[in-house]
Design a protein. Structure first.
Length: 248
């Protein structure tokens, strides 16, 4: 009489893209890389270093994200890019919806290492720093690793998806739509910021697929998901269980 079919938070095209993306990443990077990775959480266990918004603190975070994503830190250059720097207009960017890019990636050449730039104003937000670093290191893995061409239409969304595939999805999913309280001498309120190319709904489905592929039932790491992402994750899990739509 009444349908109990779980409602999927993504449309059919998005669902197929995520599943195809997982298949592509299995072929490019190996399934073991996804199954064996540790899910990185926003806790002192994973990021024990103090964060004082300095470049030294950024280096400590960046080094840890490199380790978690299997990238040799010595093979990547890191720079803080002033918000008004001309490089902001020149390099491939990690999308920021309000006032410019959050991160930059410049691919390697025969005599230069890949360069990752982190926008200076982002140092106020360590969660966004991790999300941005993870996305830009995804470029290092996919682009500089020769797995994906910069000309591919979905190169940037695939770079977001690889962060889920490699265990950093909590950060990129939560950063995809964030509500932050602000206060200054004259006013206070809430602001909304967005990072990346995938919406919360797609992250919810991708994270549910990630958990299912790894055989995780009610994984504890979901406690760190933002409210909307968590809702989309649970709805996706219900749909996957009902339909058993798992990439080969």
């Amino acid at each position: 009489m009444f349908s109990l079919q779980p409602k999927l938070p993504v449309n059919e095209e998005e669902r197929q893209w995520v599943e195809d993306g997982f298949r592509r990443l299995k072929h490019l990077l190996g399934e073991k890389r996804m199954r064996a990775c540790e899910v990185v959480e926003p806790t002192d266990e994973f990021f024990p270093d103090p964060f004082d918004q300095s470049e030294a603190a950024l280096e400590r975070i960046f080094r840890r994200v490199c380790d978690y994503m299997g990238v040799d830190r010595s093979m990547v250059e890191l720079a803080v890019i002033p918000d008004t720097n001309d490089l902001v207009e020149m390099l491939p960017t990690y999308s920021h919806n309000s006032d410019g890019p959050a991160g930059l990636h410049f691919g390697h050449s025969t005599d230069e290492k890949p360069l990752i730039g982190i926008r200076q104003s982002l140092l106020k937000d360590p969660m966004a720093v991790v999300a941005t670093a993870a996305h830009e290191l995804g470029h290092v893995i996919l682009l500089d690793g020769g797995h994906v061409s910069r000309n591919e239409e979905d190169m940037e969304p695939m770079t977001d998806l690889v962060t889920v595939y490699m265990g950093l999805g909590i950060f990129t999913a939560n950063a995809s739509h964030r509500y932050m309280k602000f206060q200054d001498d004259r006013r206070e309120g809430w602001s909304v910021s967005r990072l990346g190319y995938l919406p919360e709904e797609v992250y919810g489905y991708a994270l549910a697929l990630f958990a299912k592929e790894r055989g995780e039932i009610n994984p504890k790491w979901t406690a760190h998901l933002a409210t909307n992402v968590s809702v989309y994750f649970r709805r996706s899990v219900g749909w996957i269980e009902k339909n058993r739509s798992i990439p080969a």
